[in-house]
Design a protein around this ligand. Structure first.
Ligand code: UDH
Ligand code: MN
Length: 346
C-alpha cells in the first residue's frame, strides 16, 4: 500500500514539474514574440516545414525540382590547389552564374531559396578554393542560391557572429527563406549534404578531417549551419558581443537548444568536410571572456542579437562569383555592461 502511495505521489510530482517547465517555456516564447514581432513563434518551433516557392499559385505551370536531385554524385574529390586564382575560377564558373554569385536551376523551381553567408577578412586564398568546389556542388543540389561574403573592414578585433547577423540582414533584402552560415575554410566532400533548410536548425559540418571525421563534442554547432528565416528569428539571430575567437558557436547552440530542443544533422558519412589548415589570424585572439559569456546566453539572447544589431555598410561589390559586402562592425565596448549586469541580478 505504502509503495503504491509513493508511486502515485511521485507520478503527480513529475507531472507538476513538466507542467511548470512548459509554463516557463511558453512565457519565454511570448517574450520572444514581442521582441521579434513574429506572429507565431510557437509555430516556428513545432512546424518548420517549407512552403516551397514552386507550390505558390503563380508558379502553377512550372515544375518543382525533385526532392532528391538527379545530379548528385555522393562523395567527391577535393584537393586544395594553390595555383588556382580568382580569375581561373571565374573563367570556370561564370557561364553558370548570374551577377553577385546567384544561381537558379534552369529546368525546375528549387525547393530552397538559400543565402550562403561567409564571415570574412583577408582569406582570399581560402575563398578561391571554396568557390571552386562549393558552387558546382550547390548547382548539383538544384538550389536557388546566392553567395554573400561579409568582409570585416579595418584591423579591429574580428567578430564572426556579428558578421553572420549582418549577412542575414543584408541578404534578407533579396527575399531568401533559408540561410547557410559557413566558414570560408570548410569544404564539403559529399554533395548529398544539402545546403538547405530542415525542420530544425541544422549542423552541416559534423565530420571534419581535422577532428578525424568525428564530433569533437556532442553539442558542437560551429563551422557550417543552416537556419530557415523563421528559425533564425526565433533565436533572435546570433550574439553581437563575442569579440575575438571562440564561444559564439556555443552561444548559438544554446539559443537553438532553448527554442528547438535539438538540432538536425546529416549522418557521419554525408556530413564529411575537409578543412583548410591555417595559422591563427591577426586580431582574432581567443576571447578570454567566452566562458563567462556562454554561461549567460539564456538571459542575454533576447537583448543581444538580430534585434539589437548595429553596423555600417561601407561597400557592396557584385562580382560574378559572389556579392562582397564590406562592413564596419564597430569595436568592442571598453566595459561590457549588459551580460554582467544580468549575472549579478540573477
Ligand atoms: N575568419 C576570417 N578572417 C579572420 C578570422 C576568421 O575570414 O581573420 C572567418 C573565416 O570564415 C574562418 C572563420 O572566420 O573560416 C572561423 O575562424 P577560424 O578559421 O580562425 O576558426 P578555427 O576554428 O580556428 O579554424 C582555429 C584557430 C587557428 C589556430 C591554428 C593553429 N594551428
Ligand atoms: Mn579555420
Amino acid at each position: 500500500m505504502q509503495i503504491i502511495k509513493l508511486v502515485v505521489i511521485t507520478i503527480i510530482l513529475c507531472q507538476l514539474v513538466v507542467l511548470f517547465g512548459l509554463w516557463l517555456h511558453s512565457n519565454y516564447i511570448s517574450v520572444i514574440q514581442k521582441m521579434t514581432g513574429a506572429t507565431s513563434v510557437k509555430s516556428h518551433i513545432f512546424d518548420q516545414r517549407f512552403e516551397p516557392d514552386c507550390n505558390k499559385p503563380q508558379n502553377a505551370n512550372t515544375t518543382c525540382c525533385p526532392k532528391s536531385s538527379p545530379h548528385l554524385v555522393g562523395p567527391f574529390h577535393v584537393e586544395f590547389n594553390w595555383d588556382r586564382t580568382m580569375e581561373s575560377v571565374t573563367t570556370e564558373l561564370s557561364s553558370t552564374l548570374l551577377e553577385g554569385g546567384r544561381y537558379k536551376p534552369p529546368d525546375c523551381i528549387s525547393l530552397h531559396k538559400v543565402a550562403i553567408i561567409i564571415p570574412f577578412r583577408n582569406r582570399h586564398r581560402h575563398l578561391i578554393q571554396w568557390l571552386h568546389y562549393v558552387h558546382p556542388m550547390l548547382q548539383r543540389q538544384q538550389l536557388n542560391y546566392g553567395v554573400y561574403v561579409i568582409n570585416q573592414d579595418g584591423e579591429g578585433t574580428f567578430n564572426r557572429a556579428k558578421l553572420m547577423n549582418i549577412g542575414f540582414a543584408e541578404a534578407i533584402k533579396d527575399d531568401y527563406n533559408c540561410f547557410v552560415f559557413t566558414d570560408v575554410d570548410l569544404i564539403p566532400i559529399n554533395d548529398r549534404n544539402i545546403y538547405g533548410c530542415f525542420n530544425k536548425p541544422r549542423h552541416l559540418s559534423v565530420a571534419i578531417d581535422k577532428f578525424n571525421f568525428r564530433l569533437p563534442y556532442l553539442n558542437i554547432f560551429g563551422g557550417a549551419v543552416t537556419f530557415s528565416k523563421s528559425q533564425y528569428l526565433a533565436i533572435n539571430g546570433f550574439p553581437n558581443d563575442f569579440w575575438g575567437w571562440g564561444g559564439e558557436d556555443d552561444d548559438i547552440y544554446q539559443r537553438t537548444a532553448r527554442m528547438f530542443l535539438t538540432v538536425s544533422r546529416p549522418d557521419m558519412q554525408t556530413g564529411r568536410f575537409k578543412m583548410i589548415r591555417h595559422d591563427a589570424d591577426l586580431h582574432n585572439d581567443p576571447n578570454p571572456r567566452r566562458f563567462e559569456l556562454i554561461k549567460n546566453t539564456h538571459y542575454t539572447m533576447l537583448k543581444d542579437g538580430y534585434t539589437s544589431l548595429k553596423y555600417n555598410v561601407k561597400k557592396v561589390e557584385k562580382d560574378r562569383l559572389y556579392t562582397f559586402i564590406t562592413v564596419d562592425v564597430g569595436t568592442p565596448p571598453l566595459v561590457e555592461p549588459t551580460r554582467l549586469q544580468n549575472t549579478t541580478t540573477n
